[in-house]
Design a protein. Structure first.
Length: 237
């Protein structure tokens, strides 16, 4: 796991452990495969929030709540529309839906527990927007061009981190870095073959990271760029 190579390893792993303790249920895990935590999103937001200088406690609240929200959204994405053929399949579908609601409920409870009422309302607006984007992707998928579908998928992937950048009036550089990372990761996830666009995005991202002017940030973000490039190398042309 990349986070083990981070200089902030202890703090990041502490947050991951709290999410697991709060939200993972052994009974549900017997029937449902929980989605993976979006580690890049966690790391990216942690680095940005660390750079803003906010307290470690508040940084933790943002990072943990976004993990629970993303897990809830990803759990609901795992629900298929195929006809259920057995009791076990029905149970699996029901538990998958409930696990998504379960994660979402934990984000609300976690923030309420820490008195972060305003952040609850902010995240609720983000979740609503993401669900609207996903509904459009599902309903209009066959009517959209391939490029429009990709743009919408990238937009969905950026919603949570972009929202945090917006709330803190982040410099344009952070948005540019996020956009390049999302473009590169989508390229790999969609299984697109090697091309010049990928290579140019890699070079542009390296330039953007260097413009941060911070050796620690550069090293942390380069961990993910290296991972993406390695994944890209195994894609068959």
């Amino acid at each position: 796991m990349i986070l083990r190579d981070s200089v902030y390893r202890d703090e990041l792993e502490s947050m991951l452990k709290e999410v697991e303790q709060r939200a993972y249920h052994p009974y549900v895990q017997r029937y449902v495969r929980y989605p993976d935590i979006n580690l890049f999103q966690l790391h990216f937001l942690f680095l940005f929030l660390h750079q803003t200088g906010i307290s470690s406690a508040l940084r933790r609240h943002y990072c943990i709540s976004q993990m629970l929200i993303q897990l809830g959204l990803d759990s609901h994405d795992n629900v298929d529309n195929q006809k259920v053929s057995s009791d076990d399949s029905l149970k699996q579908r029901q538990l998958t839906i409930l696990s998504g609601d379960h994660f979402s409920g934990h984000y609300y409870h976690y923030l309420a527990e820490h008195g972060e009422v305003e952040l609850i309302h902010k995240w609720a607006g983000v979740v609503k927007t993401i669900n609207e984007d996903k509904t459009r992707l599902y309903m209009e998928h066959d009517l959209l061009s391939q490029e429009d579908v990709l743009c919408l998928k990238r937009q969905i992937k950026r919603r949570i981190p972009e929202s945090v950048l917006n709330w803190f009036d982040a410099p344009d550089l952070w948005y540019a870095i996020l956009e390049r990372f999302v473009c590169l990761s989508t390229h790999v996830e969609e299984g697109f073959p090697p091309d010049e666009t990928f290579e140019s995005n890699v070079e542009r991202l390296k330039e953007l990271i260097d413009r941060l002017g911070d050796r620690t940030l550069e090293g942390e973000l380069t961990l993910w760029l290296d991972k993406i490039e390695q994944a890209y190398l195994v894609i068959e042309p």
